[in-house]
Structures are given as structure tokens and as C-alpha cells.
Design a binder for this molecule. Structure first.
Ligand code: NAP
Ligand code: MG
Length: 486
């Protein structure tokens, strides 16, 4: 294999190390997973899912329309009685089995996730897939211990849950939704995003192989309209949605006045705050991870950076240096730090925000990288000279674009950090524990990381305030949105 020069950093080279796609089974055509089997969509319509790194078609996927949604909901309703009455320990066994099957086929899942969605294989392999398996393991453990989760109260499942997920962590979001719903005795109709349906469909195969009773899990594919059909279906008891704030608001209106329960995990514009007493090199690495992980397609991405004035020049220089070593390219290459932007549409959105940032007077810095000719790519980008009113400071970009501001005092940064409609996450970099505790009280965010960022764990609850949504996923808190009490 030829040695390639790192396109950004003049001083070093790396060996391309592409993950093999041998033995990865991707079908040409995928049907809907309803009542334990794959069935054709009523109207025989299919859509394409493409590889965003080269715009080539990977497979055709069934488009679920009204009749198909109806079938899936019926299957889930029919399965509910038996599943909810099953000995909780037995329910747990099926969930454990799903977890183990994900582990057994982890490589296959990782490669398909990177092919279909564009994320670096290192991330799918080391983060998304293991976390998805962990999520099933964790909630399998709760299935027969609900009396300890809710002492002195009898928790009952809600019924049929409609679950709608986005494209940024396709398998992981499916795990976040399915595992607690199943552990608490609900049955499910889940819809993955249009651009990334393949790992959810692979999961459907595993779920079928686990022997779980037919109809307990139904996975149907389609676009936003299919999602809306789920939301509006009269025989659904619970809607759990992860996606944009705009669609979340639409869903909240749609279920208003119905008995449906609802959980919304929406967008964010999270603040990452560096104080002058922080371990600067560690903080710089944390900032890189906070905004460039998964191309910045992360709801809790640290997309606003606040640096204390006295260390601003040093931090910005170090950030630029570190950015110049990031490798943008083939998602299947193990060297890659930043993969492909998930879709043409998302790339347009990001490029539009970059234009707005420049037009509003922001100072842009992008690494000087050669982007591949085919596919969807965005160089790591940061903006300086911004104030609170800039659009790129206020709005979620969902791409590798960092908005930097400075501050002098702790109260000033609290004020600035909270000045957004969102409230999902925040990061604090300081050596002083007292400052961390003060900020956890003052920052309006569901998750606050101290001297780290983007750390996820099945045992730990995740969710937002304000326009970032409500309800929690993960941990004991993640059981609550799926139960009612007698
Ligand atoms: P999106 O456009 O809101 O889509 C999310 C899901 O909803 C997709 O499956 C989509 O289907 C479906 N959908 C679209 N319109 C719908 C409608 N009218 N009714 C019901 N379902 C509908 O969001 P996205 O662009 O995929 O994802 C990015 C957003 O998700 C970002 O804002 C991000 O911050 C947020 N997010 C939040 C979290 C969290 O935990 N808070 C986690 C991840 C992502 P199609 O894709 O097929 O159109
Ligand atoms: Mg795709």
C-alpha cells in the first residue's frame, strides 16, 4: 500500500487502512419488519439509501405508507397482551439475547453504519455499536427489577410505543428507544431515518433470530410522512421522538388533546467553557472531540466554545494546530477522524450557515484540506469575532462548525451560555471543583460534563430542557417514560 501524505499537516504521513467489506451482507432490497417477518409494502414502493461518501446507491428500502403503519400497529397491539404478561425475567432473557447478538455481529454492524451514514469506522466500531449492545444489556437487567426502580408503586407498561429516530446515531438511537420500552413490557413500532435505515434493518434480523414473540418489535422504513402516520395513529399509546426541534414541535401539537404520552429528544447548541485554570491541552482535545465527533452531527455537540480572555490566544492557536492534523476522508479508513456529511441536504444546510457566518462578519478558519471529489464533505471549521446575536451562535448547524466567543467572568459566561432557546448539554474545563459545582447549578442544560465531553453510558440519563425537549433516556430515569402507575 502506498504511503499517503496527510493532506493537512505537512510533517507526517499515514498508511491508508480501509476496513474490509468482505462478508458484510447487505441485501439489494429490504422489506418491512412486521409481526416477526419481512413483508413487502402494500403499494410496493421502495426508496434508495446511498453511501454519502460516494453518492452510490447501497440498497432499496421499503416505503411504509398508511396501510403498512396500520399493519405494524396492529401487530404490536396483538402482541402486547402476551408480552406484558410474560414473566419479567423471561422478557429480560430476550433482551439479553439481542445484546449478545449485536456483540457477535459487531463488525458487520460497524461497517454498515459507516457505509450508510458516513461516520468514521473508528467511531462506529468503538462507540456506537458497543454502546448499543450495552444499552440492551443494561435494560435487560431492569426487566425483573422494576419494583426496585419504583419502590412501593406498581409500574405497568403503557401499551404500543411509536418510536422515531434520526440519522446521526442510527443503531444507538434504536437501542436507546427499544431497550427500555421492551424491559418495561411495551411493544413497539420503530422508524429509522430515511438516509440511514440499514442498521435498524440488520437489528430487525437479529430481533427475529432472538425468538422474541412476533409483533413485539416492528421496524418500518420510510420518510417523514411515515413518521407522521405513526404519530397520528389512534391506537398508539406513546410517542418517543428524537430529532429536530421543528419536527418535535409539530409532534407535540399533533398529540395535544389525545391520551398519548410523549417524550422529545431534540436539538441543541451546547456551550463548552474553558477557564484560565484549565489543563489547556486536555481542554483543546476535548473541544475537538466535542465539535468534530461524528462530523458534528451530534445533538449535544459542543458547538459554542467560550474561552476565558486571558488564555484565548493560546487556546485558539492550539485548536488550529490540532485541527490541522485531523484527517477528513473515507469513513471506512481507520485513520479517518472526520467522515462524510450524512446527506446532500445536510451539507447544503451546513454550507449555508458557513455563508451566513461570513456575511454577518465572523472570521472563518478552515483547515487547508483536499476533500474527496465524490460524496459530501465539509472541512473542519471555526469562527471567531462573534457575538451573541450572530445566527451561527444561536442556531443549531449540526456539522463540523465551531462558534468561538470569549468571556472575562464566570457570571458573564453563565449569562452567555444560557442565552439560547436550547438546553441540552454543556462542558466545563477547570481545575477548580468549586467552579464546577457552581456551574452545574447555574447552567440550564440536561447534561453537564466536567473536564470531558460527549461521554455516554447506558446507566446515565440523557435529555434536555427548554427547546431541547423533555423526558430522559438512559439510566433508571429512562424507564419512567414507558410506565404508568396503578
Ligand atoms: P428530523 O428531520 O426531525 O427527523 C428525525 C426523524 O423524524 C426522522 O426519522 C424523520 O424521518 C422523522 N420525521 C420527519 N418529519 C416528521 C414528521 N412530520 N412526523 C414524524 N416524524 C418525522 O431530524 P434529523 O434531521 O433526522 O436529525 C437531526 C436532529 O435531531 C438535530 O436537531 C439533532 O439535534 C436532533 N437529535 C437530538 C438528539 C437528542 O437526544 N436530543 C439525538 C440525536 C439527534 P426521515 O429522516 O425519514 O425524514
Ligand atoms: Mg444512507
Amino acid at each position: 500500500m502506498t504511503k499517503r501524505k496527510n493532506p493537512f499537516a505537512a510533517s507526517w504521513t499515514y498508511e491508508p487502512a480501509p476496513e474490509s467489506t468482505d462478508h458484510i451482507q447487505i441485501k439489494k432490497k429490504y422489506d418491512l419488519f412486521i409481526n416477526g417477518e419481512f413483508i413487502k409494502p402494500q403499494n410496493n414502493k421502495y426508496f434508495e439509501t446511498v453511501n454519502p461518501a460516494n453518492d452510490e446507491k447501497i440498497a432499496e428500502v421499503a416505503l411504509a405508507e398508511s396501510e403498512d403503519v396500520n399493519k405494524a400497529v396492529k401487530a404490536a397491539r396483538n402482541a402486547f397482551k402476551g408480552w406484558s404478561a410474560l414473566e419479567p425475567k423471561e422478557r429480560g432473557k430476550y433482551i439479553y439475547r439481542i445484546a449478545r447478538l449485536i456483540q457477535e455481529r459487531a463488525r458487520e454492524f460497524a461497517v454498515i453504519e459507516s457505509l450508510d451514514g458516513g461516520k468514521p469506522i473508528r467511531e462506529s466500531r468503538d462507540i456506537d455499536i458497543p454502546l448499543a449492545a450495552n444499552h440492551f444489556f443494561y435494560y435487560a437487567g431492569w426487566a425483573d427489577k422494576l419494583e426496585y426502580a419504583f419502590p412501593n408503586r406498581k409500574a405497568k407498561p403503557l401499551g404500543v410505543a411509536g418510536q422515531i429516530i434520526p440519522w446521526n446515531f442510527p443503531l444507538l438511537m434504536a437501542a436507546w428507544k427499544l431497550a427500555p420500552a421492551l424491559a418495561t413490557g411495551n411493544t413497539v413500532v420503530l422508524k429509522p431515518a430515511e438516509t440511514t435505515p440499514l442498521t435498524a434493518l440488520k437489528l430487525a434480523e437479529i430481533i427475529r433470530d432472538s425468538g422474541i414473540p412476533k409483533g413485539v418489535v416492528n421496524i418500518i422504513t420510510g420518510a417523514g410522512k411515515t413518521g407522521a402516520e405513526i404519530v397520528n395513529h389512534p391506537d398508539i399509546d406513546k410517542i418517543s421522538f428524537t430529532g429536530s426541534t421543528a419536527v418535535g414541535k409539530y409532534i407535540q401539537k399533533a398529540v395535544a388533546g389525545t391520551p398519548k404520552k410523549i417524550t422529545l429528544e431534540l436539538g441543541g447548541k451546547s456551550a463548552n467553557i474553558i477557564f484560565e485554570d484549565a489543563a489547556i491541552d486536555q481542554a483543546v482535545n476535548g473541544v475537538i472531540d466535542a465539535i468534530f465527533f461524528n462530523q458534528g452531527h451530534v445533538c449535544c455537540a459542543g458547538s459554542r466554545l467560550f474561552i476565558q480572555e486571558s488564555v484565548a490566544d493560546t487556546v485558539i492557536q492550539k485548536l488550529k494546530d490540532r485541527m490541522s492534523t485531523l484527517i477528513v476522508g473515507d469513513p471506512l479508513d481507520k485513520n479517518t477522524d472526520i467522515g462524510a456529511i450524512n446527506s446532500k441536504r445536510q451539507l447544503k444546510t451546513i454550507e449555508n450557515y458557513i455563508k451566513i457566518g461570513i456575511n454577518e462578519g465572523g472570521e472563518i478558519y478552515q483547515t487547508d484540506c483536499k476533500l474527496p471529489k465524490k460524496g459530501n464533505w465539509c472541512a473542519p471549521t471555526l469562527f471567531l469575532n462573534l457575538s451573541q446575536s450572530h445566527k451561527i451562535v444561536q442556531e443549531e448547524i449540526f456539522g463540523p462548525v465551531l462558534a468561538i466567543q470569549t468571556f472575562r467572568t464566570i457570571d458573564e459566561v453563565v449569562e452567555k451560555a444560557n442565552n439560547t432557546p436550547y438546553g441540552l448539554a454543556a462542558g466545563v474545563w477547570t481545575q477548580k471543583g468549586a467552579k464546577i459545582f457552581y456551574l452545574t447549578q447555574k447552567l440550564k442544560a440536561g447534561v453537564i460534563w466536567a473536564n470531558t465531553f460527549n461521554k455516554f453510558d447506558a446507566t446515565s440519563p440523557f435529555g434536555g430542557y427548554k427547546e431541547s425537549g423533555f423526558g430522559r433516556e438512559g439510566g433508571l430515569h429512562g424507564l419512567k417514560p414507558y410506565v404508568k402507575f396503578e
